[in-house]
Design a protein around this ligand. Sequence first.
Ligand SMILES: [Zn+2]
Length: 509
Amino acid sequence: MMTTLALADAASDASTRRALNDLSLAVAKCKKIVVVTGAGISCSSGIPDFRSSDGLYALVKEKYPDVVLKGRDLFDASLFRDSTSTAVFHTFIAQLKQSIDAAEPGPTHRFIHTLDAKKKLLRSYTQNIDGFEARVGLLGSASGEARSSGKGKSKLRTKDVKNVQLHGDIHRVRCRSCSAEYPYTPEHLAIFLEGDAPECPECLGRAEARATRCARPIKVGTLRPAIVLYDEPHPLGDEIGLIETADLTRKPDMLIIMGTSLKVHGLKKLVKEFAKAVHSQAPDTPVKGGKKAHMGKVVFVNRTPPSSEWSGIIDYHVEGTTDEWVGRVIKEWKAQRPADWEVQKTLVATESGDVSMSSPLNFKVVATTKSKGKKVEPKKKPHNEENVPPVHESTDMVLSTPDVATALAKSSSTTYFTQPPLSPSKRRQTNSHYTPESSPSKRRTMSPMKGLEDGARGLLFGAPSKTSSSMDLDLFEDNDMNDLSMRSPEKPKPIVKLPRRVRSTVRVA
Ligand SMILES: [Zn+2]
């Protein structure tokens, strides 16, 4: 039985409201949540619907007026057989990348990060190639950092990967000959925009070495965007398969599917397998308020309903935008389990020890016990300014720290969120010091993949998501939606303002 809960009805209908509230509480209580996402979660970031015939297609058309193409042709591996379609592809993806670079992750990306920060995220799987998850601090499978050594052939550090990129990453390039992978640089962009392709440095190096010893010359490969096309194996197919298998055996207690119409074969298979694993965690005889009542739910959040094929698999269809739903969940989670957010205060404060005081080693013990997933950066130089608040402390910084913001919120909710969204440059600045995954330089080292296995084959951009266009939610209207802790770890934490309890935790180390 699938229950439909329309977010639009919540205000007027008490039973919908109650059911949504129960669902939020279930999110708050579950500990091993699997999240599966599609294009719908990036809509509010203004990522153009690149499958439609306007927008980017029109731009490409300007440059290649004589080329007749259909969306599918642009993403089929066979495009490389023809030099014109290859050129169009390069231009198109370069333009898409420019749009993505200019955009910002949205509330749903931050929500997934919050689940991870609260130790509730078993794994995120996405069809999206925009890399927004990495920008909010979730290590992606395509990332260069996700590899045990920087090189393409090295092993994927599956334990550290938080976001599995089913269709690759638009911010990486890969050699068509030797599969060497690189970050997508501005130089690459300039070349791709013209429809050309840069030469592979790895191949070039080898060719030169051969030339110096007068060996037979080899072909120098060209670089291409490291996204997965139709009928193309995923470069990391085997590794992704292993991650999925491992996650299935770890008894996930909730599955949240957001912003995808679930029409791609490989994704359907993945969702069905996780749904089965999740349902096996549901209590045999559910008792309202019972110990395990929250476990075993499969939630689908999308503006349009799933097809009938999903009845018996999806338990709840939350009708609406993903941003709206995650805003509601966070709000209700805070209202019903405030303690979860107080724990986070301590956690954030200790994590921030290395941030605001530049003295990570002093906090090693606390940081490692309180936050297993986060690494204390041992390489940072410790210095002696601990307990001295940063000089540049300003009002909006105070407001921007979750711990203080929460404290402030208790006294005056109006000042809770006075801060405007960070500009990209500011965000990058603050990020770079604190979260290794989201630092811009590292983020650009996000890497590609090699070899999609059967189920994952031909997934790319599969089904058009219907959750596009207009957003109902003003991002900065709802205080809870804007909870800064959703982007918390990257902000400096003013020690002076910490609640006493937190301060003493900091001192312990
Ligand atoms: Zn190469």
